[in-house]
Design a protein around this ligand. Structure first.
Ligand code: FE2
Ligand code: FE2
Length: 179
């Protein structure tokens, strides 16, 4: 029988028989997938610093989502195509979750931008740089956050973007092996 799980980080609902190991929408670890009735919306009064940091985070997420859509459009082969499309949606989900804190409508994501390369290795390298940049910012934002829910949010994003980094490193290593 299906159960209702809600992600503490992105607020999305997962309907499934078992709790997944990661949120299918934002990539948060399973510990954040609460039973539906346990979920609480992030109704947080933000400090000026957190507002500022969320604005910067939103910029990074939108930029990374458009990059992943570009990489998806340039990808050849079902695996990389699928991977980049999912990453684009995950980053768009992060942008949406940030808008939940900022109490604003979700941003438009350009799915046809050309801010990527035609070559897979270049895109994987660029993806690594982007994830590293995001992690550095979110570590700092987590430290600066006085609101527990905001701190938790940025810490979760550090983990998620770290998982992306590992994924790209694995893909790059695989490319090197086959060439
Ligand atoms: Fe999530
Ligand atoms: Fe992200």
């Amino acid at each position: 029988m299906l159960k209702v799980f809600r992600c503490w980080i992105c607020g999305e609902t997962y309907l499934g028989e078992e709790r997944p190991t990661d949120c299918p929408y934002c990539g948060a670890d399973e510990e954040f997938l609460k039973r539906g009735e346990e979920y609480e919306e992030p109704d947080v009064e933000l400090t000026e610093k957190s507002k500022e940091n969320f604005e910067k985070a939103l910029e990074l997420e939108v930029d990374n989502a458009t990059f992943y859509y570009c990489a998806y459009n340039q990808a050849e082969g079902p695996k990389t195509e699928g991977m980049f499309k999912r990453l684009a949606k995950v980053e768009a989900e992060h942008a949406e979750a940030i808008c939940m804190f900022l109490d604003r409508d979700e941003p438009d994501i350009n799915k046809k931008s050309d801010n990527c390369s035609h070559h897979l290795p270049d895109n994987l390298e660029d993806a690594n740089r982007r994830e590293t940049r995001a992690i550095e910012h979110y570590r700092k934002f987590a430290e600066e956050a006085e609101e527990p829910r905001v701190k938790e949010f940025f810490e979760a994003l550090v983990e998620i973007e770290g998982d992306h980094l590992e994924l790209h490193e694995g893909e790059l290593a695989e490319l090197e092996d086959t060439h």
